[in-house]
Structure formats: structure tokens, C-alpha cells
Design a protein around this ligand. Structure first.
Ligand code: GLU
Length: 370
């Protein structure tokens, strides 16, 4: 099984811990479990595996401290909860790692930090530096300053982006969900997923466990991001006491997702997952296989229209018939120019832009098929 063959060779991993794993009820820390997880992480570290933790829990802990029973709908109240909870979270991790003689570091990220190429590389350098000292970085989204429109959305996505950023071999997502349940067949956990097909996605959507419903879909989305970076993904139960030791001895009680054989190159990954698309370019049926299967550039002749506003150099979604998201890429033109040349063969586009060398609407080097 790939899980057994690959895990012991892991040099660097990202472990994502959900709020449900770290707490009992609202804002009540499960200190025994946190201590066990810290011991498991420290053991891996001692055995030579670099570990980065992505820890949720800030908002939940803040809610507990303020006596709130429901997740606030109000953004500023949520931000306040995160501000209170984040310090409690770090205090807890520090205490949990102290008996392990391990130093932890708090790293709070916003989407902007990974979106801008320069900041993206800065975050990577900082994480490398921390790891070189044997420190365990504990990452969370900086919820206190992240407004809705600039949020990662969930820590599953954040953990996958971090795994891609640092070139981790494995991402371990520990939550209350023990794995992906085979809803079409045995009703048991699927041990290995070779490819995330629409059928696999449907199984994630169909989970009956209330706590895992939205959760599993976002985990599958995150898994896709990590797999394309060549990073294998485990989804397993964080309630299992020795889960990390078990996984790393090749015993996988959850679901293992096999990574892409040939990872997407770094620039394309950045286009595909780290950017927020400014608008969309709509394409016709014939252009879909040209991009998806032949890896070619998008030409004006395949374009049927645009949605939203964007300027040359922005990242846009490429949408096929039936509103299917096909790819993402960096547009060569502003939205108005794309609309103007939509459907034109290249010989008609050329005289409109005599000074331009490249007339592809999106050059294949700047295009990532999703
Ligand atoms: N960043 C949020 C928190 O720490 C959690 C988001 C998530 O679990 O996906 O409370």
C-alpha cells in the first residue's frame, strides 16, 4: 500500500489539527489529547522528521472565554474571539511541548501573505529558518485581521497551501472525521484514494456525520491542492491516541490520498491555488480539450466572453460550457480587450495590437488546468 511504503521516508510533514480535536465542548481544551499529540509530534521530530503544525481553535477558545454559545455572525466579534483564543491556544501548545523540550513558534498568516510572490517567499524562508533550529512552527490564520473577502476560509486549505509552500512530503489532517467513508460500497473507511474523482467528491458531500459534513468537502479540496504539489495526504481521526506514531509506522487507520506523480511546477501551483481570481474568461467547447489535454495556450478564437473586471497580469478563472471551472491563468489582456477579441482568429487579433509580441489570451506557461 502506498501509505506504508512512503510514510517512513517523510522528511517534512504538515499536521493540521481541527478545533474538534483540540477541544471537548465550546472553548474547553482537551489537554490530555493535546499533550498526546505534542508527544507524538516531538517523537517524530526526534526521529528526524520536520513537523509544521496548523492549529485551529482560536475562535472556539475565545468564544468559550467570552461565554458565547454560538459562533458569532458578526465579523468583529469573531475577530475578537480569535484575538482572545489565539493567545490561549499558544499558551496551551507551549505548555504541551514543554515536557518534550521542544520550542514552538507562532506563525499567523493571511491570504495576502501567500498571494504576493515576495511575501510568499518570505514566509517560506521564515519557516525554513525555524525548522533549521528544530523549532515547531504552529500556524493559524490571522483571523483577527482577516476580513471575509481575504480569508483562506478554512485551515484545511491553509494547511495544504503551507504543505505546498514548504515542499512537505505529507499532510496529515486530523479531525473528528476518521477518514473518507465508502458510501457507495462497504460503508467503511476507504484506506487509499488514488485519484480524486467526482465520485470521491460525492462521497465527501454525502457524509452523514453532522460534524464532518462541510468538513470533509473542505478536506478533499485541500487534499487536491496538496496532491498537485506532490504531497501525500492522510485524513485520520485526531481522537486516536497514537495516531501519528501509527501513521508513521505504516499503519493507516484513515484514508491516504496518493500524490500526483509529476507535481505541478511551482509557478503554475501559485497561479492555481495561491491567487484569488479577479474575474473569468469564458471559453467554448472546442477550447476545453485544447487546454486540458493538449496543454496549449488559450487563443481568442476559443473565448466566448468575460465576467468581472480584470487587468492584464491578473489571475482569472477559465470557465467552460455549463459553468465548469477548467483552469486558472494570467490574462495577457484587460477584460475589455478580451471581450473585444473574443471568437476572433489570431490573424484578426494581430492588427489590433501591432506592438504586441504575444497574442495568446493566456499563454500556456501561465495557465494551470484544475
Ligand atoms: N482559524 C480558525 C480558528 O483558529 C479555524 C478555521 C478552521 O478550523 O478551518 O479558530
Amino acid at each position: 500500500m502506498p501509505a506504508q511504503a512512503s510514510i517512513p521516508a517523510s522528511r517534512r510533514i504538515v499536521v493540521k489539527l481541527g478545533t474538534g480535536v483540540l477541544t471537548h465542548g465550546i472553548g474547553e481544551l482537551n489537554t490530555d489529547r493535546i499533550a498526546a499529540l505534542a508527544a507524538g509530534i516531538a517523537a517524530l521530530r526526534r526521529a528526524g522528521t520536520e513537523v509544521i503544525v496548523v492549529s485551529s481553535g482560536a475562535v472556539g477558545l475565545g468564544m468559550g472565554r467570552l461565554g458565547l454559545k454560538k459562533k458569532p455572525a458578526d465579523v468583529s466579534r469573531k475577530q475578537a474571539c480569535a484575538a482572545i483564543g489565539q493567545s490561549l491556544l499558544m499558551q496551551t501548545w507551549q505548555a504541551a511541548f514543554a515536557p518534550q523540550k521542544a520550542t514552538v513558534a507562532q506563525v499567523l498568516l493571511t491570504h495576502e501573505d501567500l498571494r504576493s510572490r515576495a511575501r510568499h517567499l518570505g514566509v517560506k524562508d521564515c519557516l525554513e529558518e525555524l525548522l533549521s533550529y528544530g523549532v515547531i512552527p504552529i500556524i493559524n490564520e490571522n483571523d483577527t485581521v482577516s476580513a471575509a473577502e481575504i480569508k483562506f476560509g478554512d485551515n484545511d486549505t491553509l494547511s495544504a497551501l503551507v504543505a505546498g509552500l514548504v515542499g512537505a512530503q505529507h499532510l496529515v489532517i486530523l479531525s473528528t472525521a476518521p477518514g473518507l467513508i465508502d458510501l457507495k460500497g462497504t460503508g467503511r473507511i476507504l484506506p487509499v484514494i488514488e485519484k480524486i474523482t467526482p465520485e470521491v467528491e460525492a462521497m465527501a458531500g454525502g457524509t452523514t456525520d453532522i460534524t464532518a459534513t462541510g468538513g470533509m468537502i473542505s478536506k478533499i479540496t485541500a487534499a487536491k491542492i496538496a496532491l498537485r504539489a506532490g504531497c501525500g495526504v492522510f485524513i485520520a481521526s485526531g481522537a486516536e491516541p497514537d495516531i501519528l506514531a501509527r501513521l508513521f509506522s505504516g499503519d493507516n487507520p484513515g484514508t491516504y490520498f496518493v500524490p500526483a506523480g509529476v507535481p505541478l511546477e511551482s509557478k503554475k501551483r501559485w497561479i492555481a491555488h495561491y491567487q484569488r481570481p479577479a474575474g473569468s474568461i469564458l471559453i467554448n467547447e472546442c477550447a476545453v480539450p485544447v487546454l486540458r489535454d493538449q496543454g496549449r495556450s488559450l487563443l481568442a478564437v476559443g473565448v466566448t466572453g468575460v465576467r468581472g473586471r480584470f487587468v492584464a497580469g491578473d489571475i482569472v478563472n477559465i470557465i467552460g460550457p455549463g459553468d465548469a471551472l477548467i483552469a486558472r491563468g494570467e490574462s495577457t489582456f484587460d477584460d475589455t480587450d478580451v471581450a473585444r477579441i473574443a471568437g476572433m482568429p489570431s490573424e484578426r487579433v494581430k492588427p489590433l495590437f501591432p506592438a504586441r509580441k504575444h497574442l495568446e489570451v493566456i499563454h500556456r506557461d501561465n495557465l494551470a488546468v484544475l
